[in-house]
Each structure stands twice: as structure tokens, then as C-alpha cells.
Design a protein around this ligand. Structure first.
Ligand SMILES: Cc1cc2nc3c(=O)[nH]c(=O)nc-3n(C[C@H](O)[C@H](O)[C@H](O)COP(=O)(O)OP(=O)(O)OC[C@H]3O[C@@H](n4cnc5c(N)ncnc54)[C@H](O)[C@@H]3O)c2cc1C
Length: 633
């Protein structure tokens, strides 16, 4: 991923903020300034929102290169052995502790430095091999997956790789690769999804050589065990276009620095062995050399880190779905009720089909995006966010359906099943552990907003000034001219697309034609909404959410068909039924797309919004009568 190609931050802001509250304006301006805005290769997903099905960006599907696969195989084999022999996921869940022996074995195998370059002591493996490892981890123990992922997807190694100086890399990479655990500290009590208003501060010393860091971070994963932290803090503001703009800076902080304190360990419904805590920083003297990237660039460090970092979670989710697939396959085959294996009853067969086809789709999007990272220079922001949203939500559904298939045995704990002499299938634990995936590394709601923002980017660049009440007349006229020229050609093309042929398996070709047509329809509808609502479109989250879901389903159909076609051509015997899987997934996804298209025109969003406001203004408090009035203390 290139970080050399960014435009200056003053150019990045295209959204009209004139009618926003001060808090919202500040939040948006800081986030906008931190966006990466220029790339060498276009994004397949972004092109879809613009009405263009760029099959050249998806076909042939980038199957892992055999040389790269061989580089990862040995590590994956070792990882699998460690997981089988030293990582007992139920025991870890019960005790809330990952045994030191397991952590040591993982460190010895290089699992804390999978992507750290070899010259700094890491394994130097590709993103694809890292994703394969995450799949294995996610299929076995979510706690261990979270430990390794928080360390190297969002902890120090990833931002250090992207933004670190040579001196910083030499100083920290070898320690991290050897297994010194790291953490990422951004969230605070009042700073959740809106990260721009943090209260942790870094005050420069008079001689400018140090910063004194003070504040408290919440829910810091690995925080209670980490030796190194990436800490986000406000540093003195800067004046941009006559206005003060908050500055967020990313610091590498050592646990051993005086003033760093683990206040408490947090506990959750799942991930019971997460080493997550409240971390306090009290006048911690951090040398300027520990700033990542530059003063004031912390949010960009965080957002860019998350673009790639977000790919671990979809891979781990895919691993969890694969285990669910095995569980339902065996149970639906062996459990006899009403005179037949339950898998023969249609209600259950439908669930099994959903799980199989969607697991394949998860793998297709995760590995496609990992391959883009390995290729370099590609804009993966949309694809990574779509992977995160699609895979976390799909795995949640898959685990829920797996629980329903196993029914009473799904709800029972593994220990209780074992005590009765049955196999300890831990679906109950899977459900507890998987729920967080829809929350951390960007909630599902924030992912939809993020994707919508990027989806509208081309339109904002073309016509942003025209629609903005803030823009001066001259700028509006220039924008009108630019928009007129662009849309005169673009808009008719969305109505009269050139019919296209796709040279893939005959059962998949119609799905690709559908994606191509639906992309034009999506672009048209997005454009009409932009004209209709103008700057108010930003507030229409339900509508934007549907567009995002349509775009995501179109992306997943394309990736799924591309992967199926590639695997079928490579070795159809080893991948029996792969075309069937992709065909069924695509039909299911197309059904969702059509429903979402219908709902863009036919919905009751305003009434729901109004009701939501009235409820939160206590107008429906009477409805709560009949429940015990119990104060939450
Ligand atoms: C187990 C766990 C591990 C974590 N690990 C880390 C970590 O290692 N480092 C770290 O820094 N943080 C970590 N977090 C924090 C996590 O990333 C946040 O919980 C997440 O960002 C959401 O913040 P919040 O819970 O405060 O929700 P809030 O921001 O308060 O949001 C509440 C709800 O409102 C929605 N919402 C908020 N704003 C909008 C909006 N503009 N439009 C629409 N909907 C909106 C949200 O989607 C959510 O549903 C962790 C949290 C947990 C629970």
C-alpha cells in the first residue's frame, strides 16, 4: 500500500459542513482530513458504485501463487500443531487465561511477527498467508485469534510497517517479532465511534524533545499484557483556513515508561480470555522519536492501519464459518428425527445450503482483498470495509443457524455436553465470541457510513461544490461546467449499457451480467438520491445503508463467481460442486439486492425516524409499564 500518493489535507474536504453542529463539524473535518485520497490502482468496489463493472480488476481471480503458498505452508502446519496441542479453546474460555506455554510456542513459531519483514526478525509472510493463518486461528480459538490480531493487525507492527522510520523499525520490530505483545489504544469513555474528540493529550516539552502524555484509554485489547502500545492523543491544534483544527498524534509508548498504569481488566460476554483493559497515562514522558508518521497525522495512521488491519477479522470469521459448516454437516447427516436425518427436512437443508454457500463467499472476498494488498498500490478501503461488514454479519448469522440446527445441543455448553457423554461441540461459545465482530474495528453502522462516503466520492469530486451552499459563486460555476461535461456522457450510459459477454462457466455468466446491469442501476439511484437530497443525503443513513448493502452484495457475487470459476478451471475434482456453491450464493445475494432496490423506493424510513425520536424523548415511556422498575447500578 502506497502512502506516498496522498493529496494535501486541505484538498480532501469535499463535504458541506456549514449546517452541522460544532461537534459534528469538528468530528467530520478531522476524519475527512485523515482519509487517504489517491492510489495507483482503482478499486473494483468503488467502480461498481459509479456504474462500472470492471471485470478486469476481478478476473482472473487472484488465486494464491504456489511459490507464496509454499512459503506459508510450513508456518501454517506449525500453527495448526500448536493450536491442536497447546491451545484448548474451552479451557481458555473457562479460565479466562491463554496458557503462557501456548503464547511461548506461538512466539517461538513466529506467530507474533507473521508479516514483519525477515530482516527485522519476522517471518516476512504475505497478507494472503497471514489471512490463511487468521482463518486457522478463527476456526479454533477466538481468544488466541484476538491476541495475535490485536497485536499485529492494529497493534504496533502494522502502523510501524506502514509509517515507521528505519530507526523505529530497527528498534521495535525485533522485539515484536520475538513475541513482545503490543496493543492499540484509541477508544476512551466518551470516544467510541467518533474518534476526533479524544481527551488524552500529548503536551510538547519546552525544548520540543518530549511529549507529556496524559489520559485514560478504554477497552484496550492486549492492554493488560502489552509491552508496547500505539496511543492516540490530541497534540496542540493547528490553524487550517483560519480555523483551529484538532491534531491527533500516534505515539509508541512503552509499558515500562513511568506513568503507564493498567487500571483494570475488562470482561465481556465472549472472548473471556481477552487481555483487555483500562490503561491510564499520567504525565508519561514520550520522546519525539516515538511519534509514528508525524505530529498531527495520528488519525491517518489509525485509519490507514485499519484499512489493512480490518482484513484479519473477515479471515478469522471465515475460519469460524468453516467449523460451523463441519458441525452442521455432521449433525444434519447423523441426527435422526421424524424418521429421517434432519438434513433431509427442507427447513434444515436450507440452512445447510446457506452456511456452505456463504462460507465460500466469505473466503472469496477475504482472499481477493488479501491478494490486492500483496499486489500493492490498490485502493482497498472499500473492499476491506465490505469484507469486514459482510463477513462479521454473515458469520454471526451462520453461527446462529448452526445453533438452530443443533437446537438444544447448540444452546448447551460444551462442558455440559461432555459431562453427559456427548461430544463437546462449543456452538454456544462461538455465539458469545462472535458477537463482538460487529462492534470492534468499526461497528456495522460506521462501516456502512464509511462505505457510503467512499461510494459517493467520485460524485463529490465532480459536483461537490455545485451542491454545497458554502461554495462561492465562481467555484459553483466551475463545478457546474465540470459536472455538466461529465454527466452529459455518464448519465445516458447508465440507462443504455452496452450488453456484455463473460467468458466464465455458463452457470455463472448470467450472474455477472446481472452485476453489470445492477451496477448501472445502483449508480443511477445513487445519483438521483444525491440530486434529490443534496447535502441532506448524508443524513439518510437507512437509504445509504441499502445502497451499501447492494454494492457489497454485487462485490461478493463477482468475487464468488470469479473464485469458483478459477478453482473449477484449476482442478474441478478437488473442488466438487464449486460452481453450484457460487451459483446458489449469487441467487441468494441477488434476491437481497432486489429487496434492497425495492426498499430504496418503498420504505417507511421517515416514520421510523420520527418514532425513534419520540421514543428517545420519553413519549412512549408508558410502553415500559409491566416490566420491573429496577435501577441498573
Ligand atoms: C471487546 C472489545 C475490544 C476492543 N478493543 C479495542 C482496542 O484494542 N483498541 C481500541 O482503541 N478500542 C477497542 N475497542 C473499542 C471499540 O472499537 C468500540 O467499542 C467501537 O469503536 C464502538 O464504540 P462504542 O462502543 O463506544 O460505541 P458508540 O460510538 O457509543 O456507538 C454506539 C452505537 O451508536 C452507533 N453510532 C455511533 N455513531 C453513529 C453515527 N454517526 N451514525 C450511526 N450510528 C452511529 C454505533 O454503531 C453503535 O451501534 C474494543 C471494544 C470491545 C468491546
Amino acid at each position: 500500500m502506497s502512502v506516498e500518493t496522498r493529496v494535501p489535507e486541505e484538498e480532501a474536504l469535499q463535504i458541506d459542513t456549514s449546517k452541522m453542529s460544532e461537534g459534528k463539524r469538528q468530528a467530520l473535518e478531522v476524519t475527512e482530513a485523515a482519509r487517504e485520497t489517491a492510489w495507483t490502482h482503482p478499486s473494483f468496489a468503488q467502480e461498481l458504485f459509479d456504474g462500472s463493472f470492471r471485470d478486469d480488476l476481478m478476473f482472473p481471480y487472484p488465486l494464491q501463487d504456489p511459490v507464496d503458498a509454499r512459503k506459508g505452508d510450513e508456518f501454517i502446519r506449525t500453527l495448526e500443531t500448536i493450536l491442536r496441542e497447546k491451545v484448548d479453546p474451552d479451557e481458555i474460555d473457562r479460565t479466562g487465561e491463554i496458557p503462557q506455554e501456548a503464547i511461548d510456542a506461538l512466539a517461538e513459531a513466529g506467530a507474533f511477527g507473521i508479516k514483519i519483514p525477515k530482516e527485522y526478525g519476522g517471518l516476512g509472510l504475505s497478507q494472503t498467508n497471514y489471512s490463511r493463518a487468521a482463518m486457522f486461528l478463527g476456526s479454533h480459538c477466538a481468544n488466541t485469534a484476538a491476541l495475535l490480531s490485536a497485536h499485529q493487525s492494529i497493534g504496533v507492527p502494522q502502523p510501524l510497517k506502514l509509517f515507521g522510520t528505519e530507526e523505529q523499525k530497527k528498534r521495535f520490530f525485533p522485539r515484536l517479532a520475538r513475541g513482545e505483545i503490543s496493543a492499540f489504544a484509541l477508544t476512551e469513555v466518551d470516544v467510541g465511534s467518533d474518534q476526533a474528540k479524544m481527551t488524552t493529550r500529548g503536551e510538547p516539552s519546552p525544548d520540543g524533545k518530549h511529549f507529556l502524555l496524559s489520559g485514560e484509554k478504554l477497552w484496550c485489547t492486549n492492554g493488560t499484557k502489552a509491552g508496547l502500545f500505539v496511543v492516540m492523543a490530541q497534540t496542540p491544534p493547528k490553524v487550517v483556513r483560519g480555523k483551529e483544527r484538532s491534531q491527533i498524534t500516534a505515539f509508541i509508548v512503552e509499558k515500562e515508561m513511568p506513568g503507564v498504569e493498567v487500571v483494570s481488566r475488562c470482561h465481556f460476554m465472549g472472548l473471556r480470555a481477552l487481555y483487555n483493559g483500562v490503561i491510564r497515562f499520567k504525565n508519561v514522558k514520550v520522546p519525539r522519536e516515538n511519534i509514528l508518521f508525524d505530529e498531527g497525522k495520528g488519525l491517518r495512521v489509525a485509519l490507514t492501519t485499519l484499512n489493512t488491519g480490518r482484513l484479519t477479522l473477515p479471515a478469522a470469521c471465515t475460519g469460524a464459518s468453516k467449523i460451523c459448516l463441519r458441525i452442521v454437516r455432521e449433525f444434519a447427516r447423523d441426527r435422526i428425527q421424524w424418521g429421517a436425518p434432519i438434513g433431509r427436512h427442507e427447513a434444515i437443508a436450507q440452512k445447510v445450503a446457506y452456511i456452505a454457500s456463504h462460507t465460500f463467499a466469505q473466503e472469496a472476498v477475504s482472499l481477493y482483498t488479501a491478494a490486492l494488498v500483496d499486489r500493492g498500490g490498490a485502493d482497498i478501503r472499500l473492499e476491506a470495509a465490505m469484507c469486514k461488514m459482510f463477513c462479521s454479519e454473515t458469520t454471526w448469522r451462520i453461527i446462529n443457524e448452526t445453533l438452530q440446527v443443533r437446537s438444544g445441543r447448540g444452546y448447551e455448553t460444551a462442558a455440559s455436553l461432555r459431562a453427559r457423554g456427548e461430544a463437546g461441540v462449543p456452538v454456544e461459545r462461538f455465539l458469545r465470541d462472535a458477537r463482538i465482530n460487529l462492534i470492534f474495528e468499526g461497528t456495522s453502522e460506521i462501516m456502512r457510513l464509511f462505505i457510503a462516503r467512499e461510494a459517493l466520492d467520485k460524485h463529490m469530486k465532480t459536483a461537490g461544490d455545485l451542491l454545497s451552499p458554502r461554495a462561492p459563486l465562481g467555484q459553483k460555476l466551475a463545478s457546474a461546467l465540470k459536472a455538466g461535461v461529465h454527466y452529459a456522457a455518464w448519465y445516458p450510459a447508465q440507462w443504455n449499457p452496452v450488453p456484455r459477454m463473460f467468458t466464465v462457466h455458463r452457470r455463472l455468466a448470467p450472474h455477472l451480467s446481472y452485476v453489470s446491469r445492477a451496477a448501472h442501476r445502483l449508480a443511477r439511484k445513487l445519483f438521483h438520491s444525491m440530486i434529490f437530497y443534496q447535502v441532506a443525503l448524508e443524513k439518510k443513513q437507512a437509504l445509504l445503508g441499502r445502497f451499501v448493502e447492494i454494492g457489497t452484495d454485487l462485490f461478493t457475487i463477482a468475487a464468488t463467481c470469479a473464485r469458483a470459476d478459477a478453482l473449477h478451471s484449476q482442478d474441478s475434482t478437488a473442488h466438487t460442486g464449486v460452481i453450484e456453491l457460487a451459483d446458489i450464493f449469487s441467487k441468494e445475494a441477488r434476491r437481497r439486492v432486489e429487496e434492497n432496490f425495492r426498499a430504496t423506493a418503498n420504505n417507511h424510513d421517515p416514520e421510523c425516524y420520527r418514532l425513534g425520536q419520540q421514543v428517545t424523548q420519553d413519549e412512549y415511556a408508558w410502553l415500559e409499564k409491566g416490566a420491573v422498575e429496577f435501577p441498573f447500578k
